[in-house]
Design a protein around this ligand. Structure first.
Ligand SMILES: [Zn+2]
Length: 160
């Protein structure tokens, strides 16, 4: 059955950047299960999978704008270390929740110099073209409950 809106799709995938470096992969684990058409995947990948069937292999290059977005310099801010004093072992690479005017936002500590800490609110993969090698492992219709929740239950999905 060709992948369509409201299907539960299981995929094995390997994600590479423009330099052919592997960023993420499901190899050796269970496939990723997602609900098609509900924004559970980045838009460019979800769109590319539409209409394909079980067993197919695809190579999809998603430009940054259809992935995790272009890199936005306005999301980088410097704060004094004392603003983060509740956080133990502050170090570069750490992911934090920062309070912003738009509500909590995930940020990455990208630089620490003296008393100043640089926080970057961009997704770690923002600004990158992403190449996915995908194998479609399974396709089935979603249950009523899965559609109501907007995500997949059971193997490869949510357990709750
Ligand atoms: Zn649920």
């Amino acid at each position: 059955m060709p992948i369509a809106h409201n299907d539960v799709v299981s995929i094995h995938y390997t994600l590479k950047d423009d330099a052919d470096k592997v960023l993420d992969s499901s190899a050796g684990g269970e496939p990723l299960a997602y609900l098609h058409g509900h924004g559970n995947l980045i838009p460019g990948l979800e769109r590319a999978l539409t209409g394909h069937e079980v067993g197919e292999q695809l190579k999809v290059t998603v430009p940054a704008a259809d992935g995790y977005g272009e890199y936005d310099r306005s999301l980088v801010q410097k704060v004094p270390r004392r603003a983060l004093k509740g956080i133990a072992n502050l170090r570069v690479g750490m992911r934090l929740q920062a309070g912003t005017e738009q509500g909590p936002r995930a940020v990455t500590v990208t630089h620490i110099a003296g008393d100043m800490v640089t926080l970057d609110g961009n997704h770690p993969l923002a600004g990158q073209n992403l190449t996915f090698e995908v194998q479609i492992a399974a396709v089935r219709a979603a249950s009523e409950e899965e559609l109501a929740h907007g995500h997949v239950h059971g193997a490869g999905g949510h357990h709750h």
